[in-house]
Write a protein that binds this ligand. Structure first.
Ligand SMILES: Nc1ncnc2c1ncn2[C@@H]1O[C@H](COP(=O)(O)OP(=O)(O)OP(=O)(O)O)[C@@H](O)[C@H]1O
Ligand SMILES: [Mg+2]
Length: 154
């Protein structure tokens, strides 16, 4: 595992970090995103989606569980699944909605908020942790663990 840690001081900086990180992603990658309510998971996802030129509005899919976006990578179409497991209580609920099919979609990248709610994720995926800083309302510490070496150049 490789770990990168960055501080951000505004929503825009977190979006920018998401955009830079996205340049390292490829289809079949899965990104587990952890962090307290309001820490910035969805902002980070917005940055990733910006990089892939997603035109749909990116918001937490709290009631639908999964938002599916169309993205573009290297002139080709890709799918981005934006999944929010906040309301999920058991893995069986996820199996019912075809969670594993999303993860195994060979033309998609899966971004998963509240990923700790399931045990169905494979090992060796990306894990992003966003920590609030008690001393500064707008500061976040963002750690990115990756299964392969990445360079986000920031
Ligand atoms: N450095 C920062 N990075 C990201 N968001 C920030 C930062 N500073 C302040 N914010 C604010 O924090 C909030 C983050 O909201 P966001 O919806 O991304 O959180 P979340 O982790 O997805 O929450 P939830 O668990 O409810 O889905 C936004 O209101 C944003 O403006
Ligand atoms: Mg969210």
């Amino acid at each position: 595992m490789f770990t990168i840690e960055k501080n951000t001081y505004s929503e825009e900086e977190t979006i920018q970090l998401g955009r830079a990180f996205a340049a390292q992603l490829t289809t079949t990658d899965i990104v587990a995103i952890h962090g307290d309510l309001g820490s910035g998971k969805t902002e980070f996802v917005k940055g990733i989606c910006e990089f892939f030129k997603v035109e749909e509005i990116v918001t937490s899919p709290t009631f639908t569980i999964v938002n599916k976006y169309n993205g573009i990578k290297d002139q080709g179409q890709i799918t981005i699944y934006h999944i929010d497991l906040y309301r999920i209580e058991k893995d069986s609920e996820l199996l019912e909605i075809g969670f594993e099919e999303y993860l195994n979609d060979s033309s998609a990248i899966s971004l998963i908020e509240w990923a700790e709610k399931t045990t169905l994720l494979p090992e060796n995926i990306f894990a992003v942790n966003i920590y609030l800083d008690d001393s500064n309302d707008n500061q976040r510490v963002i750690s990115i663990k990756s299964p392969r070496e990445i360079n986000i150049g920031m």
